[in-house]
Design a protein around this ligand. Structure first.
Ligand SMILES: Nc1ncnc2c1ncn2[C@@H]1O[C@H](COP(=O)(O)OP(=O)(O)OP(=O)(O)O)[C@@H](O)[C@H]1O
Ligand SMILES: [Mg+2]
Length: 255
């Protein structure tokens, strides 16, 4: 079922890759075949509720004896200060923007994700390459070009997409913390009004995520539901997946 790579129109990252393998050219000096760990990515737009779900998933997995590693966007030691600086100075070109994110991901891939996979951990990824693709897409960057760029990424075992509509998102973000310059796409100069800009930008992002759902086999969840309802659904699906992979392979569960 996973071996449909021959029918793909493009090189680079696409859903045709086998979970746990590189999307295409990979990292040439780092073979990863047969690593026992698993990557579970939670995707979704700004403020949708990813971190809340990941925190609860981590607790649940650890109680069952799984080793869990969390990784999140722009959290690499190497790139976080640079990305923060570039954002605050507000002088990012589109290409630099895309490459900074790719470098952040590359750094975390090599230093966090691959070692964790090798050691049999479950990697909970708060966003994955699809957020980078969505953000590049709304900035008019050629989609096949970005997919090709991320050919060094590893296809996750599961990708959950927390889907929301713009009205519910706006309510959630305003209640939680307000709108941020970058989350509002203010760099795109969609207008001076942060509310209008947030709405237009987030709608465009939601369209980008939606367009990737089939290609990358997202398991789409309705993120408008309550925290515990969503968590139950995630646990049910992840539990079923882990039971399957524990019985069919060496497994990731420590003795
Ligand atoms: N299912 C939900 N229903 C209502 N509110 C929620 C839900 N999930 C999360 N929230 C609230 O929305 C806010 C954002 O949640 P959270 O920080 O988990 O989102 P995030 O996707 O990680 O955001 P960010 O993009 O800022 O990292 C928090 O105040 C959280 O309590
Ligand atoms: Mg978060």
């Amino acid at each position: 079922m996973m071996n449909s790579s021959t029918s793909l129109p493009e090189e680079g990252a696409s859903g045709g890759a086998k979970p746990g393998s590189y999307y295409s050219y990979g990292i040439p000096y780092l073979p990863i075949d047969g690593y026992p760990g698993r990557i579970i990515a939670i995707e979704g737009t700004d403020g949708v509720g990813r971190s809340t779900q990941i925190r609860l998933l981590r607790e649940w997995l650890e109680v069952q004896g799984y080793g869990v590693v969390e990784t999140g966007w722009t959290r690499s030691e190497l790139m976080q200060p640079t990305i923060d600086l570039a954002k605050s100075s507000n002088t990012l070109n589109k290409l630099t923007f895309v490459l900074l994110y790719a470098t952040d991901f590359a750094d975390r891939l090599e230093k966090e994700i691959i070692p964790a996979l090798k050691a049999g951990f479950i990697v909970l990824s708060d966003r994955y390459i699809y957020t980078a693709m969505a953000r590049a897409g709304v900035r008019g960057i050629d989609r096949p070009w970005v997919r090709n760029l991320y050919g060094f990424a590893i296809a996750p075992h599961l990708v959950f997409y927390l889907k929301i509509d713009d009205r519910t998102l706006i309510r959630r973000v305003l209640q939680a913390r307000g709108m941020d310059y970058w989350e509002s796409g203010m760099d795109l100069k969609l207008g001076d009004d942060i509310y209008e800009s947030f709405r237009a930008y987030q709608r465009a992002l939601l369209r980008e995520y939606a367009s990737m759902a089939d290609e990358f086999r997202f398991r789409t969840l309705d993120a408008r539901r309550k925290v515990d309802v969503l968590q139950d659904e995630l646990r049910r699906q992840i539990g079923a997946f882990l039971t399957d992979s524990d019985t069919s392979a060496a497994g990731t569960k420590p003795e």
